[in-house]
Design a protein around this ligand. Sequence first.
Ligand SMILES: NC(=O)c1ccc[n+]([C@@H]2O[C@H](COP(=O)([O-])OP(=O)(O)OC[C@H]3O[C@@H](n4cnc5c(N)ncnc54)[C@H](O)[C@@H]3O)[C@@H](O)[C@H]2O)c1
Length: 382
Amino acid sequence: MSNDESDTQPRPARTGVWFVGAHGSVATTAVVGALAIRHGLAPATGLVTELPELDPAGLPDLAGLVFGGHDVASSALAKKAEALADGGVLPAALVAATRAELEAIDTDVRPGHVPGEESPAAAIARLAADVVAFRERHAVAQVVVVDVASTRPPVEDPDAVRTLEDDLPSAAVYALAAFEAGAAYVAFTPSPCLRLPVVVEAAERHGLPYAGCDGKTGETLVKSALAPMFATRALQLRSWTSVNLLGGGDGATLADPEAARSKTSAKRSGLDAMVGHPVPGPMHIDHVEDLGEWKTAWDHVRFDGFLGTRMTLQFTWQGCDSALAAPLVLDLVRLVSAAQSAGRSGPLPALGFFFKDPVGGSEHRLAEQWRDLVAWRQGLAR
Ligand SMILES: NC(=O)c1ccc[n+]([C@@H]2O[C@H](COP(=O)([O-])OP(=O)(O)OC[C@H]3O[C@@H](n4cnc5c(N)ncnc54)[C@H](O)[C@@H]3O)[C@@H](O)[C@H]2O)c1
């Protein structure tokens, strides 16, 4: 797991993990968490791939993950981990125990792509070369690139983005660089990327798998468990109102209404499909700096019962953003890497369980997504 090559312990088969946004909260929490679990300092709570249904023994070992990435911020992983510990996201003892490894991993974090500072073609070549050099330096067979960078605004007409000259969003630059480097790709953000023809064609050309979009970690997760209940009990949903209060770097990014548009559209994508008719209701995302890494969602659900009787469900979800997201990122790396080893390419709709807006699939109901994921995992093992 350590990126320190002087470690002489026998190693399990290793898999490279390349984070776009490597110095952010989600990436840092995922790295510290993977190291802590590897050293037996923390339990694997929240890791879906440790459940027996997904046959963890047949997936890339957590202890064999090697980390690197791109970021536009020149901060340090250990410093970010300290800040997360101060905010109560990580136990401070884990930061102290993993500090040397975090410093070693920082030597594998390279400057990211700032749109406008280099052409898309030059950026793709440079970013891809970084991933290839990382793979060779650590002698890993595979690298999975995971986008956990700040959310970027949507593009007006995704179908029109067919060439590098077509106003390429930065998430797409990273995806194209990943494919150029022979790496599979995970879009954990709602940034426009995996539905752009130029990206889809590149994945096809290189025969690589990809999964996305936008990790389903909080309010949308609860919604995808609850909405099917109304449908199968023949209760009529009349409105579903969501108020999301976010702190942290993600909350600050989403204070920009343009970036928030990507998020609200990903969050909205499933409800109508799950119940089979349009469900009105506003959705708010507001930045509340004081919340730090915590997010609060308040949902007000109005439905009609027998004889049209009015009823209401309300729930409040209070989650720690990065602690919800980090294990899913590690799950996705293990599953996408296993898919690549099994020769799979193109979108992986069976991984829709992890996403608000699954590419390649239209199933949003959590129980059905879990069933599909387990069946897919069994199919990979055969
Ligand atoms: N935490 C969750 O529960 C959750 C759920 C779903 C999706 N996400 C998404 O994950 C992403 C990361 O969230 P976070 O809380 O870690 O955010 P964060 O603000 O803490 O980290 C984002 C990182 O991306 C870097 N970055 C910005 N532009 C970049 C670029 N062009 N190239 C490379 N790096 C760049 C920033 O410097 C920063 O280090 C967000 O897009 C968020 O929407 C998070």
